[in-house]
Design a protein around this ligand. Structure first.
Ligand code: HXC
Length: 257
């Protein structure tokens, strides 16, 4: 498939979506949104792919939704379009997703990173929800996902003042899993994605589903859900293989990868 605003690549079992609107610091316009969603669908349907990596450039993961595209829109335009709702498709991906963030991840850029399961930051990363400075609020889940990730106090401060936080602060607050030197970002993120993509795909999908359930339900129901899914791993050939390999002191060769 040909894309204008992204690059779609593959390394082994990892699908790599690179946001590619360098002149606009990867601002997220409608075309880019459609192209990312279409790439995600392609990778989800590809049995050779076990994990999806989303990244940008050294300077910007994405500097937000495209302000120039949004500026002329009316309430009816955005309401009738359910503007931005297409991004839900990325959150709904069943395969594990990893955001590798260098430079600006602001507004919709921060929200896009938070739509992914794991967020790895370069030491140059800057996160923020500056929408309030434009007279709007986050619209791709930022007020919800940032709050779940870093807690109320910091989420409120970021959404109400529009200030950025650097990678150190983002890691301390629990938004990012790890900080790596900018020069190593892609290698490190690819290594993590490859590790995941070498696991049993259905079991990785179950692990993702179980973690995500914790954001949707009570502890009792979440633990019950986890236990049922855990039981169901015993119906997979990969559970047989994983445990046999341990007992036989060899590496597992998962069938469903
Ligand atoms: C459209 C953008 C853009 C954006 C940058 N550009 N961010 N275009 N939408 N979000 C464009 C600039 O207009 C400029 O184009 C080019 O990219 C380079 O940007 P500069 O501003 O010249 O770069 P720099 O001085 O280095 O500043 C970088 C920056 C700044 C601090 C990231 O660009 C910035 O503040 N951007 C906006 C950040 C923001 O407010 N994001 C939230 C968007 S709202 P030209 O053609 O002039 O060279 C959002 C809402 C989501 O995401 C949902 C709720 C509605």
């Amino acid at each position: 498939t040909d894309f204008d605003t992204i690059l779609l690549g593959r390394k082994g079992r990892v699908g790599i979506i690179t946001l590619n609107r360098p002149k606009a610091l990867n601002a997220l316009n409608s075309q880019l949104m459609r192209e990312v969603v279409s790439a995600v669908e392609e990778l989800e349907n590809d049995s050779e792919i076990g994990a999806i990596l989303v990244t940008g450039s050294d300077r910007a993961f994405a500097a937000g939704a495209d302000i120039k595209e949004m500026q002329p829109k009316s309430y009816m335009d955005v309401y009738l379009d359910d503007f931005f709702s297409a991004w839900d498709r990325l959150a709904a991906a069943r395969k594990p997703t990893i955001a590798a963030v260098a430079g600006y991840a602001l507004g919709g850029g921060c929200e896009l990173a938070m739509l992914c399961d794991i967020l790895i930051a370069a030491d140059t990363a800057k996160f923020g929800q500056p929408e309030i400075k434009l007279g709007v609020i986050p619209g791709i889940g930022g007020s919800q996902r940032l709050t779940r990730a870093v807690g109320k106090a910091k989420a409120m401060e970021l959404c109400l003042t529009g200030r950025n936080m650097d990678a150190e602060e983002a890691e301390r607050a629990g938004l990012v899993s790890r900080i790596v030197p900018a020069a190593d970002l892609l290698d490190e993120a690819l290594q993590t994605a490859t590790t995941i993509a070498e696991m049993s795909l259905p079991v990785a999908m179950m692990a993702k589903e179980a973690v995500n359930r914790s954001f949707e339900t009570t502890l009792t129901e979440g633990v019950r859900f986890e236990r049922r899914v855990f039981h169901s791993t015993f119906a997979t050939e990969d559970q047989k293989e994983g445990m046999a390999a341990f007992v036989e002191k060899r590496s597992p060769v998962f069938k469903h990868r």
